[in-house]
Design a protein around this ligand. Structure first.
Ligand code: MN
Length: 224
């Protein structure tokens, strides 16, 4: 029995579709530049780069239907529609979910220019919007299917999961070469072209064929 100095915060978790139990989240890994058109819009040659990863804290998660206060320290919050892979015990794919990899694009641009880490551009509070986990036995391998994102009903991003440069299997193999993936880990698999800004009052909806949709409203900042 461990005696904690204060009660530990509850573990972040995601609902599981069709189940009363929830998916306990451990770490969040994200893939950069995994759709050619998005890599090009960010100024890179997609044919030359192996997959690379960055992370967000597990407690950056924010669920479907939740309001997201406009974050601190940015004037250019961006949306990124993504397929999320959820890992279960024995390093098996447990299921899939819809994600929105919220990004402080101005901080990221500055970090790139100065050769600094992306943590503060990507891993801030409530930066990992994620819908419920759909069990892999219901979804199949998710190698194709439409992915789209709208802001206030207007289409911003649209692609097919089959357009990924590195499909889920390749991403998992690459990540296995770097860390021990374990139960509760999530992987955001990259975003298609069409990323853009969100402002308070915007309603952002990400949809993926077979997984339904993820809706979050950006609300005014709660800080001064
Ligand atoms: Mn992303």
């Amino acid at each position: 029995m461990v005696n904690y100095a204060f009660p530990p915060l509850p573990r972040p978790a995601l609902p599981i579709v069709g189940s009363d139990v929830v998916f306990p989240v451990r770490r969040i890994f994200c893939v950069g530049r995994n759709y050619s058109a998005h890599a090009r819009e960010m100024g890179h040659d997609p044919d030359r780069e192996p997959p690379f990863f960055f992370t967000k804290p597990g407690d950056a998660l924010i669920g479907d239907g939740c309001d997201i206060p406009y974050p601190l320290a940015t004037e250019n919050l961006h949306h990124e529609a993504e397929l999320v892979v959820a890992f279960g015990p024995n390093a098996q794919v447990f299921g899939y979910a819809i994600g929105n990899d919220l990004t402080r694009r101005d901080i990221q641009a500055q970090a790139k220019k100065q050769g600094r880490p992306w943590d503060m551009a990507k891993g801030f509070d409530l930066s990992a919007a994620c819908g419920p986990v759909h069990l892999v036995k219901d979804t199949g391998p998710m190698t194709s299917g439409k992915i789209a994102l709208t802001v206030n009903g207007k289409l911003r991003q649209q692609a097919d999961l089959g357009d990924m440069i590195w499909p889920v299997f390749d991403i998992v193999v690459a990540l296995y070469g770097l860390v021990s993936l374990t139960a509760g880990d999530l992987i955001y698999t990259g975003t298609p072209a069409g990323v853009g800004a969100l402002v308070p009052g915007d309603t952002c909806v990400v949809s993926i064929e077979g997984l339904g949709s993820l809706t979050n409203k950006i609300v005014p900042p709660t800080h001064k």
